[in-house]
Design a protein around this ligand. Sequence first.
Ligand SMILES: Nc1ncnc2c1ncn2[C@@H]1O[C@H](COP(=O)(O)OP(=O)(O)OP(=O)(O)O)[C@@H](O)[C@H]1O
Ligand SMILES: [Mg+2]
Length: 368
Amino acid sequence: MNPFQITDYISSEFFCDRTKETQKIISALDNGRNVTLTSIRRMGKTGLIKNVFYRLKSRKNLKLIYVDILKTEDMNDFIKAFADVLVKTERHNFMKKLSKLISGIRGKIIFDDMTGSPEVVFDYSDDSSATEQSMNKIFEFLAEQKEKYYIAFDEFQQIVNYPEKNVEATLRTFIQGQHKDRFIFSGSSKHILTSMFNDYGRPFYQSSDQINFTRLDRDTYVNFIHHHFKLHKKSIDKSLISEYVENLDVYTFYVQYFFNRLFESRAGKIDQKMTHKVFMEILAEREYIYFGYRNILTKFQYKLLKAIAKEGGVKKPNSGEFMKRHNFFQQSSINKALKSLLEKEMVYNEDGEYKVYDLFLSKWLERA
Ligand SMILES: Nc1ncnc2c1ncn2[C@@H]1O[C@H](COP(=O)(O)OP(=O)(O)OP(=O)(O)O)[C@@H](O)[C@H]1O
Ligand SMILES: [Mg+2]
């Protein structure tokens, strides 16, 4: 198996560090506090939740529920996503435990033809009193269980897009009513989640501990990577690993992806020539997508994106120096284009520095 995972969480052996964050989350939950978890995209929030659950999985009388609500568009989708996971967790005894819940939410269970996996479908649509009642039934079900539940809602910022009124207040009421159960709210939209949980007057105000995390420690990551190559009897210098981890900005997904591809190569001894080849291959494979960005962005936005990429990161994109270096003339145009790139999530701001979000795109633009 390739030790550098880019999709699933396997076990703590293939997960680098995050010891402090993992402990902090577990301690908060164990002491009766909910947690809000934020980081920029692809830094490792989902992995961290899975790592927390992995640590807790052998605890008795504790159930761990992970609900990804990225694709949900309204309360009904939310309920369905939630109910699906509950049904899957209880699949061995759901006839006994879940029949009341399923009829309570006016649903039925169907089984996927291919996988045999259970899924909930609803008998109703667009009936707001039914929605509220279903929600009620789910939380009632949880309250009736003797086990304690730790429930993670990943991509929680999604709820602000639901069309129903008072979504936050409704959810907050239910969540607050769960005396034995604890919740993790996770997402990459730091400003949405921060204001949801910190603005006085909003339903979730101060109802959870906030944990924001950034990059792994570089040396710890380098050692982790070196260790896994060594286990598979592949030789590679630490200094070469370090060079790439640094070059990839210690950005988890991109580091994982690069070393996943490097590991794939059959060579027993990995040298500079090899790393360079793999890196250039990765960029070349994405080129057709990256060329497409020229059609999505205006010429000016594209030029600014390229300038930011070439700098690796820029603190003051409307400073005279930056403008001179890249042949820009108007501050106002830069501000406008920057705003648009931020909204499109092509660029992000971290500690006052603007960077291109997709690191491979950034590296490609640097060379273009
Ligand atoms: N500490 C780690 N050690 C090893 N791999 C990790 C670590 N953290 C995350 N990863 C891997 O990096 C990739 C990106 O992480 P993950 O999906 O958890 O990020 P995310 O912040 O949830 O991203 P998104 O915002 O897109 O949901 C995943 O493949 C994950 O397995
Ligand atoms: Mg995620």
